[in-house]
Design a protein around this ligand. Sequence first.
Ligand code: FAD
Length: 420
Amino acid sequence: MTQTNSHDVLIIGAGHAGAQAAIALRQRKYDGTVALVGDEPDYPYERPPLSKDYLSGDKSFDRMLIRPPAFWEERGITVLRGLHATYVDPVTKTVTFGDGATIGYGTLIWATGGSPRRLSCTGHSLRGVHAVRNRADVDRMIAELPGVSRVVVVGGGYIGLEAAAILRTLGKHVTVVEALDRVLARVAGEHLSRFMEAEHRAHGVDIRLGAKVACVEERDGAASGVRLVGGETLACEMVIVGIGIDPAVEPLLAAGADGGNGVLVDAVCRTSLPDVFAIGDCAAHANAFARGAVIRLESVQNASDQAGVVARTITGDPQPYHAVPWFWSNQYDVKLQTVGLSAGHDAVIVRGDPATRSFSLIYSQDGRIVALDCVNATRDYVQGRALIGAALPADPTDLASPAIPLKEVAAAWSAQVSSV
Ligand code: FAD
């Protein structure tokens, strides 16, 4: 085993969180050595277009790069590509890679995201069965698409539905197989699920709810269909599996870091190992907007904000992570924007008429607003952010009326509160 070199800050994982951490360190005038090491062959790029305009062919890969390749060298950030970290030694402060090389660190930032969950049934690894996590996944799909007329998407979460929308627009026959009784069940309330199901059906997508996959059937070494529990087979040439990710944290847990579903971090993203931070999809943290529950957030916002938190701590100006979560999804001409976290809500106000395809859902829990889902309603999304955490008024009629801008509702409430 050879130690090739050592860096003041070593960042493992060159995705959104890792790249933003390196950028934020330099923005904060950090002048130590910084290395950004990832296992993909490309420079850091944005993942959201993978299931949207990169899959459709409307966005080139160059336009997804987080920064142009020259940027990293200009900022004195060493970018190492194609290196997979397998082992962390917190005593010698080294990271070992698949090829046997080791790199030392003063501070380690773990930003490895997650690996897509695979189906566990027969046929899960056949040709034609795809995940949607990185550029290589989507390039393989794009290469196969000319020979594909029928696609089965397993999983009715955001990524599965976005892929379904693009493939439908490309003229493919698309079936979505969702094990639960509604799409987006883990991330949104029922109104939004039903709206999105109706949108997809109106575009010709066959949505199967409460449907479980028994196996992927094979012909000539490739997927030829998805058999459901119950016996029906959905014939297809392509299967897309969008059933979530497992955080890529094994080396850190093996090194003794606390965690399980992600590495546990404190308010400034420190793990339980000395001088080791974790950020982005792989970091499990107590989130104020989830009523203190320990969660992982899988969003660009969380990756960028946690990167900023770590950069502040390393440069001697620590501030706890306290960012309102937000997220977006584009499907057909539906632009969904979410602010806050709706999980655990006990009431919903529907603002506007879903039939107009522009409306918002305002979620509350124990009388406080916890989240908004805004469908083709960017103004509500922008203005509604100020309402997160606010107590619902006794008469929430104004909230339900799209004619009254949310910023006026918020202003009226704060006037009431300050006059008490
Ligand atoms: P990643 O961006 O996944 O980066 C982690 C990197 O680390 C990867 O390159 C990985 O290969 C590498 N890595 C893993 N293990 C190792 C190792 N041991 N050694 C070296 N390198 C390693 N979010 C939104 O907010 N809005 C959206 O619309 C949206 N759409 C999405 C669509 C798709 C198809 C996907 C996949 C994600 C989408 N997301 C979206 C989520 C968002 O992209 C992620 O939350 C974000 O990328 C998380 O950043 P990260 O740095 O934690 O992980």
